[in-house]
Design a protein around this ligand. Structure first.
Ligand SMILES: [Zn+2]
Ligand SMILES: [Zn+2]
Length: 362
């Protein structure tokens, strides 16, 4: 099968022919239908985050189950599924206390020394799976706790973006911020995750939704998805938000991955407010709270993958789309073939489009 392989950081992905292993007892083989391009992929492609190479990136996918292992009970051949990188073991401290997105998922990978899930077709050498998924490929072999069956009526290109961007953004509102109807929120950064956050804030009944982005076209998209206000990300943005909301917002969500936007999120909070950082910052950077922030009861938290419980959350998000509440059509900027993947990441670097989704031949 064809896959986009990261051979060397900073170089374009290479389309190579790979072989995929047969499903083990708890594994699921999926024919990939669509996969979104996520900013986190770019961090690995550019080498900002290290990973054993060669590897196949891609972690925002949907597809159809082709085969299942002998012990798999959660999905069946022919099911439409969305994958999630939050593969969970089901029995560790995090899983049994309901925080499965924190699970390190050791049992969801093949044991070291065993046959790899992916190899090169020409010489049989190992190709590393990335984030338990490797979705920039025509097929994925994953643990059964890395995918969930969804409504078969759901279009799979739109289902794909739920797998990372929408789960993260919506989870930040529903699971991490636990926004109460009427509360105010600001969202820093209006890419795929930020737009999904804005849309979820509208669904949750936020009183005022303030979008912050330097790009005018992204501010327009933010308004289309439910932002009540959209402002430029200049040096006065926090002051503007505090004035607009008479003291700051209840919730600030950072969806960029830069220390400055994290600081902006904290500075826009009202007394007692909470800032949630979603973006992947450079590994040596920090965001913090000042003495006055602490005396004002402000809080700062991470929310990896929106603190999801994806087997429950994902089908609900699909339902929101089917009912016309979740506007995935606006979040997706373009559909491209696998061959266009490097151009897609070039566009992402320029910061213009919302979400590019690879659609595989059906
Ligand atoms: Zn992602
Ligand atoms: Zn676990």
């Amino acid at each position: 099968m064809k896959a986009a392989v990261l051979v060397e950081p900073g170089k374009p992905l290479e389309l190579q022919d790979l072989s995929v292993s047969k499903p083990g007892p708890h594994e699921v083989l999926i024919r990939t239908a669509a996969c979104g391009l996520c900013h986190s992929d770019l961090h690995f492609i550019e080498g900002a985050y290290p990973h054993p190479l060669p590897a196949v990136p891609g972690h925002e996918a949907a597809g159809i189950v082709e085969a299942v292992g002998s012990e798999v009970r959660t999905v069946r051949v022919g099911d439409a599924v969305v994958t999630c990188l939050s593969a969970f073991c089901g029995h560790c401290e995090f899983c049994v206390t309901g925080r499965m997105s924190l699970c390190l998922g050791a049992d969801t990978r093949r044991a070291p020394g065993g046959a790899p899930r992916l190899t090169r077709s020409d010489d049989g050498s190992t190709v590393n799976q990335m984030l338990n998924l490797s979705a920039f490929a025509e097929q994925m072999l994953v643990h059964e706790h890395a995918c969930v069956a969804i409504n078969p009526e759901m279009p799979l290109d739109r289902a794909a973006v739920i797998g990372c961007a929408v789960t993260t953004g919506a989870g930040a509102v529903f699971n991490a911020a636990k926004l109460t109807p009427g509360e105010t929120i600001c969202v820093v950064g209006c890419g795929g995750v930020g737009l999904a956050t804005i849309n979820a804030a509208k669904i949750a009944g936020a009183g005022r939704i303030i979008a912050v982005d330097p790009m005018p076209e992204k501010r327009d998209l933010a308004k289309k998805l439910g932002a009540t206000d959209a402002i430029d990300a200049g040096p006065d943005a926090a002051k503007e938000i505090v004035e607009m909301t008479k003291g700051g917002v209840h919730h600030a969500i950072e969806a960029v991955g830069r220390p400055a936007s994290g600081d902006l999120a904290v500075a826009s909070l009202r007394r007692g407010g909470t800032a949630t950082i979603l973006g992947m910052m450079p590994l040596n950077h920090k965001v913090g709270l000042s003495a006055m922030d602490l005396l004002s009861d402000k809080k700062l938290q991470g929310a990896i993958m929106g603190q999801n419980h994806f087997p429950v959350d994902l089908p609900r998000l699909v339902d929101f789309y089917m009912r016309g509440l979740l506007d995935l059509d606006t979040i997706i900027a373009e559909r491209i073939p696998l061959e266009g993947i490097n151009d897609g990441f070039e566009k992402m670097k320029q910061g213009h489009s919302a979400r590019s989704v690879i659609v595989f031949d059906q």
